[in-house]
Design a protein around this ligand. Structure first.
Ligand SMILES: NC(=O)c1ccc[n+]([C@@H]2O[C@H](COP(=O)([O-])OP(=O)(O)OC[C@H]3O[C@@H](n4cnc5c(N)ncnc54)[C@H](OP(=O)(O)O)[C@@H]3O)[C@@H](O)[C@H]2O)c1
Length: 259
């Protein structure tokens, strides 16, 4: 099988967290198809190896790196391993995340903390460990995956809305700090995308059909999003030529925010 020799991300190295499933998997595959060498990051070895293999099967280059991205030590080791393997790093996608239902009354403190650890602390830690390298190279793109929940209030998603809003704030603060040094920091806010995370949410609801209908009713489109819709937006932010695009918050949500 022929190796990929052309693509919009040739010669780029990308690290994608939460790439063993859903949106992150689609971003990793898409980056690989565009010629990037991809570090597929997650905790599930079987799924991670399968994603890396699927990229190699179409002529791309990828390796699975197992890491819990809420752990400072694990993220430090991860970044060193990726740099050792690929000799550089150009694109970082902070995608690992989790949504759990609940308002502030029925969200337990431990659940609140866990949600912030995976959605916010992980993005901070991965940025903390990768930015020094990007800054030394004088170029790079960081893409944070927030949510429509970061831009509006959603019923029974108090911790998730707060965590995803924090990612929007982190994006803007990082853009202010690092864009003068040619590091572009942008954020994508997906609306509901059919992934394992969303399927788990729907299946665990007392009325799964009503929940799916509610997801659809928030949109102007007659359908929910696909992981590939989000991957396309990520490619846009990753393109090295898009040097003027930083500090942006892009909704890819079927028009949910327009209501
Ligand atoms: N789906 C949607 O409708 C939607 C909408 C807006 C925003 N988002 C956001 O998009 C991102 C991806 O969501 P998804 O729907 O694709 O979810 P998903 O299919 O459940 O995937 C979540 C990913 O996060 C990884 N992950 C979770 N905890 C981790 C940890 N401690 N360390 C390392 N990796 C960890 C999982 O990897 P392992 O299982 O291998 O650990 C998995 O690859 C999330 O940030 C989510 O909030 C999703």
């Amino acid at each position: 099988m022929a190796l990929i020799t052309e693509g919009r991300l040739m010669d780029q190295v990308a690290l994608v967290t939460g790439a063993t499933s859903g949106i992150g998997e689609a971003i990793a595959r898409r980056f690989g198809a565009e010629g990037a060498r991809v570090a597929v990051v997650g905790r599930d070895h079987e799924r991670g190896e399968a994603v890396a293999r699927s990229i190699a099967e179409v002529g791309g280059t990828a390796q699975f790196f197992a890491a819990d991205v809420t752990s400072d030590d694990a993220v430090g080791s991860l970044v060193r391993a990726v740099l050792d393997r690929f000799g550089g790093l150009d694109i970082v996608v902070n995608n690992a995340g989790l949504s759990v239902p609940g308002n502030v009354v029925d969200t337990a403190p431990a659940q609140w903390d866990a949600l912030f650890r995976i959605n916010v602390r992980s993005a901070y830690l991965v940025s903390h460990h990768t930015l020094p390298h990007l800054l030394a190279c004088g170029a790079g793109s960081v893409i944070n995956i927030s949510s429509e929940a970061g831009l509006k209030g959603l019923k029974d998603r108090a911790a998730y809305c707060a965590a995803k809003a924090a990612l929007v704030g982190l994006t803007k603060a990082m853009a202010v700090d690092h864009s003068p040094h040619r590091i572009r920091i942008n954020c994508i806010c997906p609306g509901t995308v059919e992934t394992p995370m969303v399927r788990r949410l729907i299946d665990s609801d007392a009325d799964p059909l009503a929940m799916k209908k509610a997801f659809l009713q928030r949109r102007l489109t007659p359908h929910l999003g696909s992981p590939e819709d989000i991957a396309e937006a990520a490619v846009y932010f990753a393109l090295p030529g898009n040097g003027y695009v930083t500090g942006a918050v892009l909704s890819v949500d079927g028009g949910s925010l327009a209501r």
